[in-house]
Ligand binder design. Structure first.
Ligand code: FE2
Ligand code: FE2
Length: 370
């Protein structure tokens, strides 16, 4: 059992702590004197912290690498408003000493419940070809394990175990709502199949057994190319799959980042592709905001958010002031829908309720492209 978690830094400011972490990054840099110091990013399941080791660097520099687990003794202090750890002692740990779930963040939702929600959506498909294809993916035990565990991105959105599934279930719900507004234009089953496949290559693009990093294949190819290959392989198990659907799914995959500069070689060129791109972008950005507000719970304005390229105003917190005043006390209407229940498309109420507390997610994993 870990002795200290990064989320508890505020309880230990200016105190020496001893705890274990996974090494996310490690750099040796020169001090003014020319001697080296170590600049580290350490993590556990509750967050990341910058750490510096100023002394005895030659004794430690080769005893651990990125992704290793280390036991650290050091001082928690604040620098430029952020907690950091000044490392006094450090040793690498054996895997037998480590409980892996202490080190990787994980969705707070029930992963099997999310998988069931996804499955319920697929069962609702009217199109038997698309249903056969998605079911073939979901019946593959390796895909199931990876889809349930992969993060949706390395850092920018849904960067936690179960993040891919969390993101896709949220996206399914957005798609299901939005397509009702365009019944003549949108093929729901095609859109949802695109949503299921759009980031499935993350299961190979990212490694997520220790920390979240790009695999070599992920760095070199990216998830969209990997997805084309996964689709090709799976289609071999789905006889008589229409070529027209194959080519539309391939376009949904490669166009979902929406812009050339975000890695899509083609812009979305049919209605389902356009909708998938915008809803994916919306979901990822909303999750990015949610996690930024969690990281900075005490202020209205957050620091600069790199994925959204702007500082963010926590509007809910900002408005607490007026709702706390006696004049507004009795309103209490926040959070209630402003549209009649029947018009907000809650036909899949089970699915809707399963994500009621869920973050919606990030600015395009797009920007996560290496
Ligand atoms: Fe993507
Ligand atoms: Fe996505």
């Amino acid at each position: 059992m870990k002795e200290f978690y990064i989320c508890d830094c505020n309880l230990h400011e200016n105190q020496v702590i001893t705890s274990s972490f996974v090494v996310v990054s490690k750099q040796a840099k020169p001090k003014k004197s020319g001697d080296l110091y170590l600049a580290l990013t350490l993590a556990d399941r509750t967050g990341h912290i910058d750490a510096k080791m100023w002394d005895n660097v030659p004794d430690h520099i080769n005893v651990f690498e990125q992704d290793d687990f280390v036991k650290v003794r050091g001082l928690i202090n604040k620098f430029n408003g952020r907690f950091q750890l000044t490392v006094h002692k450090l040793r690498s740990m054996e895997e037998s000493e480590v409980e892996f779930e202490d080190y990787l963040p994980r969705t707070t939702k029930d992963i099997n419940g999310l998988w069931q929600t996804l499955s319920n959506y697929i069962d609702s498909f009217k199109d038997q070809d698309l249903k056969r294809l998605v079911k073939a993916f979901m019946a593959d035990p390796q895909i199931e394990f990876a889809y349930k565990n992969a993060p949706a991105a390395k850092t920018l959105h849904h960067a936690f175990i179960g993040g891919l599934l969390d993101h896709v279930v949220s996206l399914f719900q957005l798609c299901d709502l939005a397509c009702r507004n365009y019944p003549e234009q949108i093929n729901r089953d095609l859109l949802l199949t695109g949503a299921f496949l759009h980031d499935i290559g993350k299961v190979h693009e990212l490694s997520f057994s220790r920390s979240f990093t790009y695999t070599t294949r992920g760095q070199l190819l990216g998830h969209m190319i990997i997805e084309l290959e996964m689709l090709q392989q799976k289609l071999a198990q789905v006889p008589d799959f229409p070529d027209e659907y194959k080519i539309l799914l391939e376009h949904l995959i490669i166009s979902h980042h929406g812009k050339y500069e975000f890695g899509s070689p083609k812009l979305p060129m049919f209605p389902e592709a356009l909708m998938l791109h915008y809803l994916d972008d919306l979901d990822s950005k909303m999750e990015s905001m949610r996690t930024q507000f969690l990281r900075d719970p005490d202020t209205d304005w957050t620091p600069y958010n790199h994925s959204l390229e702007r500082p963010l105003l926590n509007s809910k917190k900002f408005l607490e002031k007026i709702h706390a005043s006696p004049v507004h006390e009795s309103t209490g209407e926040q959070g209630k829908p402003s549209v009649p229940a029947e018009s907000n498309g809650n036909a899949n109420s089970a699915a809707a309720s399963s994500t009621a507390n869920t973050p919606v997610d990030n600015p395009s994993d797009v920007v996560t492209k290496p």
